[in-house]
Design a protein. Structure first.
Lengths: 1001, 197, 98, 416
């Protein structure tokens, strides 16, 4: 660690940490970032750039880092594209620069740099066109291999993630001086405050500077303030947490890294990262500012970094940027960096200031210290490949070119400062408009559209004193808005810090050759290798809008989202177009501020918790019996119950036979049940069903179809009249919630005069369908007091009584065609009822059957399933169910639509039965049907909606929707080529007991 | 009326996991079986409201997001402007239902027994709020949500009735049977980080 | 995440609601409405850029329907009002129902 | 139009790329045109291009309120496929796909059209029925389609979690190998350059503020750059269709919603096709730059805000991480929203309007990008001949009166 200062900084020299980078072993201290540790070891080269594979180093000390991107860790826990400037060092850390093979030091793909002249912005739009066939097999695969930065892990993520929702009166974003002041003010007023800061410790800019607050070192003051905040009950401070998204209605989201700094692996039960969803009363944006680089020839060599970054590495991490530094600036503030280096015993070779009379108060001090001061000058060239070795300095002439002699200055680091860009990203995300200030060449928050305030550097106030003052004032105001305090800010502590001083915006330093000529590159976007020449090219080619230029050149489209590149690029574009910056416009920032892992966004809602599994009262019994489950919406329903050695086919056949020949039981609890009460209940039913319910007698049950006002069937089920004004409606499993909402919607929005109450009782009742010729005997055994003979308990009626010792509601309805009882008992007794029936039925060969057998049985009988025989374009008439459409009722939902032209078409698709000529062949459900065999294209006349092997009929059966199907009875049609144009006969859609003789057993 | 047969809770399968869960600052347990009646009434129908109040031993809360507890320990949960959930002891059951129905006879109302429709999960302790806030978007901070507060909302991906019963804080989460195993599993997972090391 | 004011339960996240689309579309009398009129009722919408009169239902809460005026550009909810009442005037409301 | 090629690149390299011409002019509007297209997105520019290239109508202006390609063209996830259920849809989208296949050469612009295959996942029996129905229909319509078993899905895209241990296990998939992606911006730029070269005026920063109608016939438009007369006007503005229709005095069966999308940081190649799952509402692919491109679902409320809520994206990510567990540590880099115009039957409206000489092409919902060439092609035909082409005749506005919807919801196909 030869560039580590013997003392100072805030790293813990007592804790040495070993780490490996690009295959080399290093040592650092606790408190280091990967970047600071590398710099302390004199390593600046970290990775290669996206396009030209140019050697790249560490440009910044924070979230805005565009180039020092690393692949962290290995195996299932490896993580791509992390910024070395934000990776906290831990013992045993391993990392490597991205986009380099075999290594950043010797990169195979560096040859691409030599072809640079062929790769201007957007070159790929202009070539790889010939021969056409090469794109897919040669060009694109090559481009893909070259592109991309890091690698995704190859194994599933072993770590877990979670989420936390939080409400606060005042959200303060940013833990620098302004943010701390705001949080203190709001917290002291008693408001609920949330302070979010992306770093490990509070302090922000103070951590990089030697300014004093309240008479002590700024960082020390920040730590003390952190202590005070921690002591306030209603204040929560989230460190290592990035506020990345500002959404509508003051909803914001933050990304907390809970364990990454500890290294791989997380404590048991602990989430690695956490997503915070925040609802804030008011927001104080104290997000600070990013120093912007100057754009000059070959300004991207390792060793060239932001002045403020060098200052941060020096003052916080006690690491010198190198042996000999050169500062290149257009503003006074940056002199501080050079001064700090000199103070720390480092060497600054020269200060190059593009201004003619720098007003920097520190200038004389530096000259005293022997630092050469080149005013009105620029860096015209830099030299050195994997590390800057020297720079060429020249005077700025009239007309912006170089003039006079050029000096070569040796150095191994260059500190650059082009001024400061307020971090307005979140303000822009909040839908606030930005304003441009010519004098300093910066974008500032304009009019806010949400309850927020930007303060401090984020608001263009770069002075420490004003940061503290603005923060305190905003914090107090925000607290007052929430009803705490009177809005008067607490006094702010005295500071010892220079005012930011003067700046002259400077966008592009001339090189030794005209822009774009020769090898030199004026890099604007360090990550995507976008140069000033590229931006001019885009302008030349007619790309006038900043959005066009972004997309054409990719400036600002990298993982840093252009934090260091956007404003420079914009100004260079404006210059190229001869316009002002505001005229060229500014891109709107979108979330996230910095990238967020998919894992954190998913939280714990993955795997078994991705979506609720809904279970019935008998679920555990089904599991124990080895049922195979079918997902139906969120429900899991028994599909079939294989016995040892049985496949699906055998199991389903056995279950079907049992129902037809003896007795079977099905768990029907998932069907929706709605209790409908009120004097106008009948009127409601008459409107929502196609048939009439006014004629239904108490104690009887009726099947109904529901249509939308577009005339299409969307649900069906049976409804029982339990009393004069009391009904129980059943719905399909998938539509249970939807149908209740449907009824409520009409009652509340269209027919408020109807006095009806609807209550879901779906999960009050566990439902068992007991079906088969022996069903009555089985039920009799468990319901001795219930009269079950056909006269006292006729088909389509309901009875209440005691079954298996429990109060039950029994319906005599049938979805199989066999004698059948649907027994409802309170949910908690469902398992008991089921087991009682199994026991009582043993003698009768009772067999549990699943949804597959149920589907086969109802298809044999020709009963439809909504969503299978219907698809949202099917009317009751298409289903051949005219019998259920009331001719008497003047109005009900759906009726009007049937008189529309398309609904009256003769050749609509109609439900028919399909029998394959070869009884053994079972058509796949969904199979399309055609009239003629041949080569596609072939017109289709319909499709198979249901298709099974029918154990009862000993052959395959199918239902289908076929154009003019009813007129085709007896005709031969063909299944789609996938089924080998299998010939089939069109038949009635009922294959079993058409007279319904079986229903009474 | 059948002789009371032993009911089986939808959470029976998770009984062991719930019983064995140990976490610092928060406990989880299944709530007892209850009588639950869903009551629909036009809240402008003062007579009906009074009648119901008389039977219940306390008036039905008219303030949204609240629950009232009557002298005889029946909890009256506000569910909507014309909807309440009346929850009493399992024993109260049929008798309560019958008297209410009798008293409301002739007035437009709906009284529906939903005793068997829900499971309840009790979450309690200083960290209970922390656990809930991992899946609840509402503000449960004491300044916004105190004992007696009762809301219908989403917890994780399930619809629940969330009722704070004391300022331990303790919460009673009422969830539909079919979602109860999912929700309990989710809560156990959310509590895991508080397990003693 | 929008926060919508349920007239009964207060401010709740939009995920608790069902969005009900354009408000004030009454079901016309089927007997006297021609196909075009029926298509109008079923499908045609004003879909304004600006203030939109729309319906919401608090699905996860009290399950009550209500109307709201919301600016479809800013997403600001200007006011809420009961079903069956006329569209109120709202600040910046020049769409007038479109 | 100077031809693009590796040779022109080399030639221009010698002159330091300082001699490249404008890819399109930025002209001031003329007082009158034969045809005005409102909206310089892919669909509008394609319409103008085909009017000029196929119908010899070159006195055309494309008016754009912002910058060309800045709407949904530049905001979508660029999925291209034609495996639609209904004959009408399949015909239109397949015609479009055929145009895609020669488009880069025709426009002399590399659109990076990448036929890497679109894989739709099957998670339950209903999905399987729908998939079989769709694959059968596609093949009978001579559209390439395959039904894959779970094993075949795994073989085609190994990073998918095809184990039974997921919440919604993958039961198979359907594959259209000719489907894939293209570079969205390039499509707009390529059409713009080619249309401009044929004399079409593309006028940016020119917002239409009114549509002039006399005696039921359109006569021109009012814009922020003054009044412009035209014999025929086409509305091709996606999310803003209803706004323009209102200017002409009619309503549409369209509602506008924010549709969010996001990209990850660039990764080395890891995903070799487009994955779509209707069951868990996900679609994801990897761009040539290496970014994972992921589409989220619609935010339900009508909105013109080009903003959505994070909760929509959170749900998406639960599903993505479930389907492709190795993406858990990958990071979302950028998210945004477009304004999509959705019809009740998830099919577009292309053709005449109640106003004579005024045509509309909208209601594409979340699926417009793939149709760009075909959409422009049929609208150009319709505007040139004042008669819908058989390909777009079924997509006329009057289907909502007759009830002859083309209901892609019915197929439960993901409408992307």
């Amino acid at each position: 660690m030869r560039f580590r200062l013997k003392e100072g900084g805030r790293i813990d020299r007592a804790q040495r940490l070993r780490f490996t980078f690009n295959g080399r072993r290093y040592e650092g201290f606790a408190g280091d970032t990967l970047a600071s540790a590398l710099i302390a070891n004199g390593t600046h080269l970290t990775s290669r750039s996206f396009k030209y594979h140019r050697p790249r180093g560490i440009l910044t000390a924070g979230a805005e880092e565009p180039s020092a991107l690393v692949q962290l860790g290995e195996g299932a826990r490896t993580e791509p594209n992390l910024r070395a400037t934000q990776v906290e060092l831990y013992d045993g850390l391993t990392a490597a620069g991205v986009n380099a093979w075999p290594s950043a030091n010797c990169d195979f793909a560096a040859w691409t740099g030599r072809l640079a002249p062929l790769f201007p912005a957007g070159f790929y739009y202009k070539t790889f066109l010939w021969p056409a066939s090469f794109w897919k097999f040669v060009y694109e695969p090559t481009i893909r291999r070259m592109a991309g930065l890091g690698r995704a892990p190859e194994a599933p993520d072993p770590d877990s993630y979670d989420k936390r929702h939080v409400h606060c009166d005042v959200l303060v974003v940013g833990g620098g001086p302004a943010g701390i002041a705001a949080a203190l003010a709001a917290g002291e007023a008693g408001a609920r405050v949330l302070l979010v800061d992306e770093e490990a410790t509070l302090g922000g800019a103070l951590l990089g500077q030697r300014h004093k607050v309240d008479g002590v070192d700024g960082a020390a003051w920040a730590q003390a303030a952190a202590g005070r905040l921690a002591a306030m009950e209603e204040v929560r401070v989230l460190s290592r947490t990035t506020l990345f998204g500002y959404y509508d209605h003051n909803s914001l989201s933050a990304f907390e890294r809970r364990t990454d700094h500890l290294g791989p692996g997380t404590p048991a039960g602990m989430s690695r990262q956490r997503l915070w969803n925040i609802k804030a009363g008011r927001v104080v944006l104290a997000t600070g500012a990013h120093e912007r680089p100057l754009v000059f020839a070959d300004n991207d060599r390792p060793g060239i970094m932001l002045a403020s970054a060098a200052q941060r590495y020096l003052n916080h991490y006690a690491a010198l940027p190198g042996e000999r530094a050169v500062l290149f600036t257009n503003n006074d503030a940056a002199y501080e960096a050079a001064h700090d280096i000199v103070e720390a015993g480092g060497t600054v070779g020269a200060v190059v200031d593009c201004r003619h009379e720098p007003a920097a108060p520190l200038a004389p001090k530096l000259e005293e210290a022997g630092v050469a001061l080149h005013t009105g000058s620029v860096i015209a060239a830099t030299h050195g490949t994997k590390r800057v070795r020297s720079v060429t300095v020249a005077k700025l002439g009239e007309g912006g070119g170089l003039s006079g002699e050029q000096y070569r200055i040796f150095c191994d680091s260059v500190l650059v400062s082009g001024g400061w860009n307020p971090a307005v990203h979140l303000f822009s995300q909040s839908a606030g408009k930005l304003a441009f200030e010519e004098a300093r060449g910066i974008f500032l928050p304009g009019k806010a559209t949400q309850a927020l305030e930007a303060v401090g550097a984020a608001n263009g106030s770069f002075g420490l004193a004003s940061c503290l003052a603005e923060g305190a004032a905003a914090g107090a105001r925000a607290a007052e808005a929430a009803g705490f305090g009177d809005g008067t800010p607490p006094p702010t502590p005295p500071v010892e810090a220079p005012e930011p001083g003067a700046i002259t915006p400077f966008w592009l330093a001339p090189g030794q050759k005209p822009l774009g000529h020769g090898k030199a590159k004026h890099m604007v976007d360090h990550q995507d290798d976008v140069t000033a020449a590229d931006i001019r090219l885009a302008a030349r080619e007619g790309f006038r809008s900043v959005e066009h230029v972004k997309r054409y050149t990719t400036v600002g489209m990298g993982t840093d989202q252009g934090k260091t590149a956007n404003v420079n690029g914009l100004a260079i574009l404006a210059d190229a177009l001869g316009k002002t910056v505001p005229e060229v416009g500014f891109t709107t920032y979108r979330p996230p501020y910095t990238p967020v892992t998919f894992g954190a966004l998913a939280g714990r809602d993955t795997g078994p918790l991705m979506d609720p599994v809904r279970r019935t009262a008998m679920h555990e019994w089904h599991e124990a019996e080895g049922a195979v489950f079918e997902p139906v919406g969120q429900w899991l329903r028994p599909w079939w119950y294989p016995r040892p050695g049985e496949d699906k086919h055998a199991a389903v056949a056995r279950e079907c036979r049992a129902v037809r020949e003896a007795a079977g039981i099905l768990d029907a609890s998932t069907l929706g049940k709605i209790d409908i009460k009120g004097p106008d209940a009948t009127t409601l039913l008459d409107m929502v069903y196609t048939n009439a319910f006014s004629t239904l007698k108490v104690g009887r049950v009726r099947y109904g179809l529901m249509c939308g006002d577009d005339g299409m069937v969307f649900d069906d089920g049976t409804t029982a009249r339990l009393g004069e004004n009391h009904y129980l409606m059943t719905t399909t499993t998938g539509n249970a919630a939807h149908v209740l909402e449907w009824l409520e919607e009409w009652l509340q929005t269209e027919w408020p005069e109807l006095r009806v109450y609807c209550t879901s009782v779906t999960e009050q009742w566990a439902t068992v369908a007991l079906a088969g010729p022996r069903a009555r005997d089985v039920l009799a055994a468990v319901a001795p007091e219930m009269a079950l003979d056909t006269d006292s308990f006729p088909f389509m009626s309901v009875k209440e009584g005691i079954v298996a010792g429990v109060d039950a509601r029994v319906f005599r309805i049938s979805f199989t065609g066999e004698l059948s009882f649907e027994i409802n008992v309170p949910w908690q007794h469902g398992r008991r009822l089921w087991e009682a029936l199994m026991e009582a039925g043993a003698a009768h060969g009772i067999t549990p059957y699943g949804t597959e057998a149920m589907h086969v049985l109802r298809a044999e009988r020709g009963f439809i399933i909504v969503g299978q025989e219907t698809d949202g374009t099917t009317t009751p008439h298409d289903l051949g169910m005219d019998w259920i459409v009331s001719k008497k009722k003047s109005d009900f939902l759906g009726k009007r639509a049937w008189s529309r032209e398309d609904s009256r078409r003769e050749d609509r698709k109609q439900l028919v039965g399909i029998l394959t000529d070869d009884p053994k062949k079972v058509l796949p459900e969904g199979t399309q049907l055609v009239e003629t065999r041949g080569q596609p294209p072939i017109p289709m006349i319909g499709h198979v909606t249901s298709s099974y092997e029918s154990p009862t009929l000993g052959r395959s059966i199918a239902l289908a929707l076929v154009r003019s199907g009813r007129a085709r009875k007896g005709e031969t049609i063909y299944a789609a080529p996938e089924s080998g144009f299998l010939p089939c006969k069109v038949t009635e859609p009922v294959f079993y007991d058409p007279e319904g003789a079986k229903r009474d057993g | 009326m059948a002789e009371a047969a032993a009911p089986r809770s939808p959470l029976a399968g998770l009984g062991k996991a719930l019983a064995e869960m140990r976490a610092d600052g928060v406990t989880i347990a299944e709530g007892p079986a209850r009588t639950r009646l869903n009551l629909r009434l036009d809240q402008k129908d003062v007579e009906a409201l009074t009648a119901a109040g008389a039977v219940l031993g306390g008036s039905l809360p008219r303030t949204p997001n609240t629950a009232a507890t009557t002298v005889n320990g029946t909890a009256l949960l506000w569910l909507g402007p014309d909807e309440w959930l009346v929850t009493g002891s399992a024993e109260a059951g049929a008798q309560l239902e019958d008297t209410l129905r009798a008293r409301l006879d002739g007035r437009h109302h709906a009284l529906t027994d939903v005793s068997a429709m829900y499971a309840t999960i009790a979450l309690s302790g200083p960290l209970a709020r922390e656990v809930l806030m991992k899946g609840c978007r509402l503000d449960l901070h004491p300044r916004a949500f105190a004992p007696g507060a009762c809301v219908q909302t989403s917890l994780a991906k399930a619809n629940v009735i969330l009722h704070q019963t004391d300022d331990a804080p303790s919460y009673e989460i009422t969830v539909r049977n079919s979602f109860s195993v999912y929700l309990a599993t989710w809560l156990l997972d959310a509590m895991a980080e508080h397990r003693p090391a | 995440m929008l926060w919508i004011d349920c007239p009964w339960c207060g401010a709740r996240p939009e995920t608790e609601f069902r969005y009900g689309g354009e408000a004030h579309i009454a079901r016309p009398d089927p007997a006297t409405t021609d196909d075009a009129g029926w298509a109008d009722y079923l499908f045609m919408r004003s879909n304004p850029k600006g203030v939109h009169a729309e319906r919401w239902m608090h699905r996860e809460g009290c399950r009550r329907w209500f109307n709201a005026l919301r600016d479809t550009v800013s997403n600001d909810v200007l006011t809420i009002y009961p079903m069956g009442t006329a569209r109120p005037d709202a600040p910046g409301d020049e769409a007038g129902g479109g | 139009m100077k031809k693009f090629s590796i040779f022109s690149l080399a030639r221009n390299a010698l002159s330091h790329h300082e001699r490249w011409p404008e890819q399109w002019r930025s002209p001031a509007p003329k007082p009158a045109y034969d045809v005005i297209i409102i909206g310089a997105g892919g669909h509008g520019l394609a319409t103008a291009y085909y009017l000029a290239a196929l119908h010899g109508i070159t006195n055309v202006a494309v008016l754009e309120k912002g910058w060309l390609g800045g709407g949904n063209t530049g905001r979508n996830t660029t999925v291209i496929r034609s495996n639609y259920l209904w004959d009408e849809s399949a015909a239109l989208y397949e015609h479009s796909l055929k145009l895609w296949e020669g488009l880069a050469q025709e426009l002399n612009y590399n659109l990076m059209f990448s036929q890497r295959g679109v894989l739709n996942l099957i998670h339950n029996v209903h999905d399987l029925q729908e998939a079989t129905r769709r694959v059968n229909a596609n093949r009978l319509n001579a559209v390439d389609a395959e039904l894959l078993s779970t094993e075949e899905v795994k073989a085609f895209c190994p990073i998918l979690n095809t184990t039974a241990k997921t919440r919604y296990p993958i039961m198979g998939g359907t594959l259209q190998r000719r489907g894939g992606n293209a570079r969205h911006d390039a499509v707009a730029w390529g059409y713009a350059r080619a249309a401009d070269a044929r004399g079409v005026d593309i006028i940016q920063n020119c917002e239409v503020t009114g549509i002039d109608v006399e005696a039921g016939r359109v006569t021109g438009v009012q814009t922020t750059q003054g009044a412009i007369a035209a014999k025929k006007v086409g509305i091709v503005v996606a999310g803003h269709s209803s706004v323009l229709a209102a200017m002409a005095g009619f309503r549409l069966p369209i509602e506008s919603h924010p549709l969010q999308a996001l990209v990850s940081e660039p990764l080395k190649p890891v995903l070799n096709c487009v994955i779509m799952s209707n069951g868990v509402h996900v679609y994801v692919s990897q761009s040539d730059k290496g970014e994972l491109v992921i589409g989220a679902g619609l935010d339900p409320p009508n909105s013109y805000s080009q903003r959505g809520g994070l909760h929509t994206i959170e749900d998406q990510m639960g599903a993505i991480v479930e389907l492709i567990p190795i993406f858990s540590r990958v990071r979302m880099m950028r998210s945004w929203a477009g304004i999509v115009d959705v019809c009740p039957d998830a099919s577009p409206v292309i053709g005449k309007t109640p106003v004579e000489g005024l045509y509309i092409n909208g209601g594409w919902g979340t699926g417009g990008f793939k149709a760009t060439p075909g959409s422009g092609w049929v609208l150009a035909h319709t505007m040139a001949t004042d008669e819908p082409h058989p390909l777009n005749a079924p997509f006329a506005l009057d289907r909502f009166t007759s009830g002859a919807l083309i209901d892609e919801h019915a197929a439960a196909a993901v409408a992307h």
